[in-house]
Structure formats: structure tokens, C-alpha cells
Write a protein that binds this ligand. Structure first.
Ligand SMILES: [Zn+2]
Ligand SMILES: [Zn+2]
Length: 332
């Protein structure tokens, strides 16, 4: 089979590899769609906790081609997606329903071989049936699960108003998730008018390229989906007294923000962060399957495995407009 291998930072190749053999509790998956994520770029750039060498890819779907003898629920031919974070089930965090802080966590595509390959193995407990969802849509199960976890942190009340900064693929998933949660309006800010047009189609009640044009202190929830520190600070200007801020994007590892603590006290502001997901895959899958959250328009590129590096470079340099870049390993 063909597989991408990041040997060390900034060193990547597509190579021939042995099709892996599933362990007794694992399935072998023929990968049909595998989304490139910012995390893959971080692994390539060497500033994320990956292990080298690694085959990246943690947002993927495909068809089961083989099942180990202890697998109960899947058989050859089943269409599936994978929740990449594997928790041990027995540590303090796992026993307290914080599986995303498992002390023995492994992650497909981060510490274990991932979906930027024609085949990959995953334990049955991490595999979800996708029904008749397209492979590209099902590859959004993982990023959407992270978004749902973020929305779960900030717990919108019915009819809350939301300001969302950033309308990339994650921002547009946040937009739809806030609406599913019963928020009455979501205003979206981005510098890219095409992205704002997509936001309008997906239910945004107002869009603008000019943050300064919006009313200050007028939103119950302000959400940053950019990770740009200047904008993360700006959230405080737009949130209502006793409102909530969600910093969702991944900022640079050394980034610092400056906040006025007196205003936070005076306005009784809460700031929430969100790290990966915690048992949100089932929710994500069902929202996708029932059409409550739509992702087809978020795919801007479909590339063969050999062009994974090209996809990374597009994300790194913004050399062309891009939303979600999907790798199609069987089309290589
Ligand atoms: Zn991801
Ligand atoms: Zn654990």
C-alpha cells in the first residue's frame, strides 16, 4: 500500500508500506477520505506532541476489510469512521469521564499510524458505523466532535446571541453547532468574503469583514475561531455583562494575551477553552447523518495521497483559497 510518512520535522515522503495486520480487537480499514487538519501541519512543523516517524491523519473514514477475532460489531464491508483518541479506561481521568485527559492516551495519526495511508488499523472501540454518509462527510466526524465539545463547554442558553470570529471550516462548524443548540442569532466576522457568503448560507444572521462595525457588549457568547491573540483579546469588548467567551482555536504554543482583570471582574465574564473532544463522536455522526450540520460545502480540495505535502503547503502558506483539504487515498 501507499502511505505518507513524516520522518522528522519538515521531512515527509509517500512510500510503499506493508498493509498492517489487525490485532485481535482491531479492524483493518481501507481509507477513502482523510482530512488534513492544523494538527497535521503542527506535526510536520515539529511543534506538536507527535512521535516520529509517524503516518499522520486522524480525520478519516473508509471500509472495513478485515476484523480481528475478538471484534464483535464490525465485519468486512462495513463503512466506518474513527475516533482517533484512544483512552485506557482505567486511569484517574478515564474513571472520571475525562477520557480526553487519559494518562495513557494514544492517538491514531499522532502517536499511532494514521489515515494518510491506503490502509490503517484501529481498535473496535474507536470505530463508528457511518451508514450511507459519504466518506468525505464522515471524515468530519472528528473535527465536528471537537467543535461539539467546545460548545458543550460554553453551554449556550436558549436564544443566546453569538458573535463568532473566524469562518474557516472549524468556524463554520461552530456556527452550525450554535444554531443546533438553540442560539437565536450568530454574527460572523472574517476577512474573506467568500467564507462569509458560505456562513450566510449556513444560517449566520449577519456577516461582516469589519469587527469594529459591531455593537460592543452586546453578545451573550463571543467565540474566537482564529487563535490570533489580538482577536482573542477583542472578545472581551463584545461580550455582554455576565457573558461567556469561548477560545476555540489552537494558538501558537508561546502566545500570550493581555486582559484587563478589573473589567473581567466588573462584567463577570467567564472564559472557556476546549481541548479535543470527550465522547462526542456519536453526537457528531448523528448530526451529520440527519443533515442538521452540513459539511459538503466545506471541502475545497480533493487530492491523492501523493499530494498530501502540497495540501499541507497550501495550509501553511495560504497560497490559494482553501477550506477543508481532503486526501483520497484510494484515488492515488
Ligand atoms: Zn484534527
Ligand atoms: Zn486513561
Amino acid at each position: 500500500m501507499k502511505a505518507v510518512l513524516i520522518k522528522e520535522k519538515y521531512s515527509l515522503k509517500t512510500m510503499d508500506a506493508q498493509v498492517p495486520e489487525p490485532k485481535e480487537d482491531e479492524v483493518l480499514i481501507e481509507v477513502h477520505a482523510s482530512g488534513i487538519c492544523g494538527t497535521d501541519l503542527h506535526i510536520f512543523q515539529g511543534d506538536y506532541k507527535g512521535t516520529y516517524p509517524i503516518t499522520p491523519g486522524h480525520e478519516f473514514s473508509g471500509i472495513v476489510r478485515k476484523a480481528g477475532p475478538k471484534v464483535r460489531n464490525f465485519k468486512e464491508g462495513d463503512r466506518v469512521a474513527v475516533e482517533p483518541n484512544l483512552s485506557c479506561g482505567v486511569c484517574y481521568s478515564c474513571l472520571n469521564n475525562r477520557q480526553h485527559y487519559c494518562e495513557n492516551v494514544e492517538a491514531v495519526g499522532v502517536t499511532l499510524p494514521g489515515g494518510m495511508a491506503q490502509y490503517v488499523c484501529a481498535p473496535e472501540g474507536a470505530v463508528f458505523p457511518i451508514g450511507d454518509l459519504s466518506f468525505e462527510e464522515a471524515a468530519f466526524m472528528e473535527p465536528l466532535s471537537c467543535v461539539l465539545h467546545g460548545v458543550e463547554q460554553v453551554k449556550p442558553d436558549l436564544a443566546d446571541s453569538v458573535l463568532l470570529i473566524g469562518a474557516g471550516p472549524i468556524g463554520l462548524l461552530l456556527l452550525q453547532s450554535f444554531l443546533v443548540e438553540g442560539c437565536s442569532s450568530v454574527h460572523v466576522v472574517d476577512k474573506d468574503q467568500d467564507r462569509l457568503n458560505t456562513a450566510l448560507e449556513m444560517g449566520a444572521s449577519k456577516t461582516t469583514t469589519d469587527l469594529d462595525s459591531l455593537d460592543r457588549e452586546s453578545y451573550h457568547i463571543v467565540c474566537d475561531a482564529t487563535g490570533v491573540t489580538f482577536l482573542m483579546e477583542k472578545c472581551l469588548d463584545y461580550v455582554r455583562p455576565s457573558g461567556r467567551i469561548l477560545w476555540f482555536a489552537v494558538p501558537h504554543v508561546d502566545a500570550k494575551v493581555s486582559l484587563p482583570p478589573f473589567r473581567m471582574f466588573e462584567k463577570e465574564i467567564s472564559i472557556f477553552s476546549s481541548y479535543t473532544s470527550c465522547r462526542n463522536s456519536w453526537q457528531a455522526l448523528h448530526l451529520l447523518q440527519n443533515g442538521r450540520i452540513k459539511v459538503k460545502d466545506l471541502v475545497s480540495h480533493k487530492l491523492p495521497l501523493e499530494e498530501f505535502e502540497k495540501g499541507l503547503k497550501i495550509l501553511e502558506t495560504h497560497s490559494e483559497p482553501a477550506m477543508k483539504i481532503m486526501i483520497m487515498p484510494q484515488e492515488s
